[in-house]
Design a protein around this ligand. Structure first.
Ligand SMILES: [Zn+2]
Length: 391
């Protein structure tokens, strides 16, 4: 919410606050007329004009006459964010691939680089060196310097300084990844857990854009979760909230590296999916995805083959629903490719078993629309949150 000057507030603070609010509005919801901005931000039109003139003078926004005019008279000019004006560096360190992109205000990825990692053999130093090289390439290509970086890691990350406590599928323990990147990139860097950032991406750019209470559950090699409540990312102490993959759902199940037995991750992670599909452990992801897509053509066969898998997924989601009462559950990673019949059966099971599901009656389960880019987009949004922080 924008603010008006009050006693004790300095005018330059008010202007800075309102400028951040206006940029954040354009970033999240796209172009708007001056009149719309004034109404939405609760500012008068002369204040909006002054802010837009200031941002236009430094090339952060531009103005156009809108193509669709309402009513007679002089149209209110449409204010558009300039994508290259406030670029950030987004990094997704995956188990098998690292992706680096420059994203612009409005969320568009302006350019990207990626390279593969031998599974579990990417050292932090090698990954940092690759990120630095990609940043140089992208700056050369795009001609714009990122102002800060957001980074996604598949592990337990301390938000305050980007210390990676454990990233088991990378074989990283106690890695000061945030500090290494700050030193190498000479930029402010924020590091987050991949599923937390997936949730942020779905909330800002994906299927959860209009939802305020969201649980994101993603399965790849590992299984992670992210939670948005009241429109805000749930952090918890140290930023560690949301290890939904390590909810114990089957105490008699397989041993998990975390020390428990029968975690959701051991029942619905990539290895579990391979077992359910009769594929060998370590089958390339592209083949797993192809198998899931072919199963989608036969509902009965899909429900039969994935019956056990769906049971564990439903159990995990029922627990999440009872605990967090989201209005929307988003399935990401390999779960986003599950045959629709399986997603429907899981949705029915979750509603039937969860007290919250029965009470709310309308909890939706959707698959991610971000096609594997959720963590990268979320990393960009993590950086943008800081750029547009309204203090
Ligand atoms: Zn576990």
């Amino acid at each position: 919410m924008a603010v008006a000057p009050t006693a004790g507030t300095r005018p330059d603070e008010v202007r800075r606050h309102n400028r951040a609010a206006l940029l954040r509005r354009l970033h999240l919801d796209g172009p708007a007329t001056r009149a719309e901005l004034a109404a939405e931000l609760g500012l008068n039109r002369s204040t909006i004009k002054a802010l837009v003139d200031e941002l236009s003078a430094v090339g952060v926004v531009s103005e156009e006459v809108p193509t669709h005019r309402h009513g007679a008279g002089r149209p209110s000019l449409l204010v558009l964010p300039q994508a290259h004006a406030v670029p950030v560096l987004a990094v997704d360190v995956g188990v098998e691939q690292v992706s680096v992109a420059v994203a612009g205000v409005g969320g568009r990825l302006l350019g990207a680089r990626s390279w593969t990692l031998p599974r579990g053999q990417g050292t932090p130093e090698d990954v940092v060196a690759g990120i630095v090289r990609s940043r140089v390439d992208l700056v050369d290509e795009l001609g714009c310097e990122p102002t800060r970086a957001g980074v996604s890691v598949p592990g337990v990350v301390r938000r305050a300084d980007g210390l990676v406590h454990e990233a088991p599928n990378l074989h990283w323990t106690g890695v000061p990844f945030g500090s290494l990147l700050v030193e190498a990139l000479e930029l402010p860097v924020d590091v987050g857990n991949d599923a937390d950032l997936g949730a942020l991406a779905e909330h800002t750019r994906g299927v959860a854009r209009t939802s305020q209470d969201v649980v994101f559950l993603s399965a790849d090699v590992g299984v992670g979760g992210g939670v948005i409540l009241g429109g805000v990312s749930l952090r918890g102490s140290g930023g560690y909230v949301g290890e939904l993959g390590h909810m114990v759902v089957n105490p008699a199940g397989r041993q998990c590296y975390c020390g428990c037995r029968g975690c959701l991750e051991t029942e619905i992670g990539e290895d579990a999916l391979c077992r359910a599909l009769n594929l060998p452990t370590g089958t390339p992801r592209s083949l797993i995805v192809a198998e899931l897509r072919s199963l989608a053509a036969d509902d009965e066969l899909a429900l039969h083959r994935l019956a056990g898998f769906a049971e564990w997924l439903a159990l995990g989601l029922t627990n999440a629903l009872n605990l967090l009462a989201p209005e929307l559950i988003v399935l990401g990673g390999l779960l986003a490719v599950l045959p629709p019949a399986v997603v429907s059966s899981v949705t029915v099971a979750v509603h039937r078993r969860s007290l919250v599901g029965r009470a709310a009656g309308s909890v939706r389960v959707a698959t991610s629309s971000l096609a594997g880019d959720a963590a990268l987009i979320g990393a960009a949004e993590l950086a943008f949150e800081r750029v547009f922080a309204v203090s």
